[in-house]
Design a protein around this ligand. Structure first.
Ligand SMILES: [Zn+2]
Length: 359
């Protein structure tokens, strides 16, 4: 127990830090003499559903006219005495949304660039997901490329004006500029569109290894050196660590799942419009992934391995159209949304207002 004296006010308070097996009634018993006050505070605790929900390390502050229960950075409860009556107040942190442009250059990877700008892996995921039909951030991102993001940042602000970054809000526009090209994404009516008003979302993802998925679920330290692609034959080999999740590049259904010669563990998916995709050398198949099952674009169907004829862990990926192999890096599948003439005009106004920001 601590007893601290404010020099200027000579006003005393006590801090109590919750220990193992503490319950509110026990703590209040030790700190409060008045029976009815104790009952009143306990009543607040039960109203707030906190009676069995206090944790080691939570803090109580007791004064004659104010009792503070600080649960965590987001939740602090004030029980205060006003005109001889105890009340509850919780308006400690409130949310503030700020529109901001953030940008950076790639030194090593998009992930590290965003993190070194003070952003979180969540932004890496959100950003990569917007552009994942056009850019494979594992293999097509290079040193010196730049990224821009115009978005809403959500902060928690308290009465002392202390600000804590809390979350990301809406993203209004993104741009990625580098060796791979100059790609924009402008948010309009629920979707992202490129410079010309074509929806970014397409029939097939750029790569079956989703950057957004990996950046949010794994420590990136384990993914060095950066994945490489090799093209020795009818498909692409993505060199990636064993266990890297493999996603279906488009909607479809599983037409083959099992061991097949040099492919090792193989999944084949049939998509609309005569397309088929194959994913070979898998170490294992995804949860509940079976032959005949419908899969969604981006869904995890298996994990990178080196089964079959493979000298090291990698994903063997093929796209077949009407029975012929095609180059996955050249494919441009259909756009998901098409804007009407009127919408295009409206979109252009939105785009032009955002364009200047992304420089
Ligand atoms: Zn291969």
């Amino acid at each position: 127990m601590l007893k601290i004296f404010f020099l200027s006010f000579l006003f005393t308070y006590e801090i109590y830090v919750v220990k193992k097996n503490d319950v509110p009634s026990y703590i209040l018993e030790k700190k409060i003499n008045q029976k009815d006050l104790k009952a009143r505070i306990l009543n607040f605790f039960s109203l707030l559903n906190l009676t069995k929900n206090i944790n080691i390390g939570d803090t109580f502050v007791f004064t004659d006219t104010l009792i503070i229960y600080k649960k965590d950075i987001f939740k602090t409860y004030y029980f205060y005495k006003k005109e001889n009556y105890w009340n509850l107040a919780m308006p400690f942190y409130f949310l503030v949304r700020n529109k901001r442009v953030i940008k950076g250059k790639i030194e090593n990877s998009l992930y590290f660039s965003m993190l070194s700008s003070g952003e979180s892996p969540k932004l890496v995921s959100n950003f990569a997901e917007i552009l994942e039909w056009d850019i494979d951030f594992f293999t097509e991102s290079h040193k010196g490329d730049s990224w821009f993001c115009y978005l809403e940042k959500v902060y928690l602000v308290n009465i002392n004006n202390e600000t804590i970054p809390y979350d990301y809000g809406n993203i209004f526009a993104v741009r990625y500029y580098g060796r791979v090209g100059n790609f924009y994404g402008f948010y309009y009516k629920g979707y992202f569109y490129d410079f010309n008003g074509q929806s970014l979302k397409r029939g097939f993802l750029r790569s079956p290894l989703r950057y957004s998925y990996i950046s949010s679920h794994f420590s990136f330290a384990r993914f060095h050196p950066i994945l490489k692609i090799v093209r020795p034959h009818l498909g692409i080999d993505y060199v990636a660590p064993k266990g890297t999740p493999v996603a279906a590049v488009g909607d479809g259904y599983i037409s083959y799942l099992g061991y097949k010669g040099g492919y090792g563990n193989l999944i084949e998916i049939i998509h609309p419009n005569g397309y088929k995709t194959r994913y070979g050398h898998l170490s294992r198949f995804g949860k509940n992934i079976k032959k005949g099952k419908k899969v969604k674009q981006g869904e995890i169907i298996g994990y990178v391995g080196q089964t079959g004829l493979a000298t090291g862990p990698h994903l063997h990926f093929e796209i077949i159209k009407d029975g012929r192999h095609i180059n996955p890096l050249k494919i441009k599948t259909a756009r998901y949304k098409v804007l009407t003439k009127e919408e295009i005009q409206e979109f252009q106004i939105v785009r032009d207002s955002l364009l200047k920001i992304l420089q």
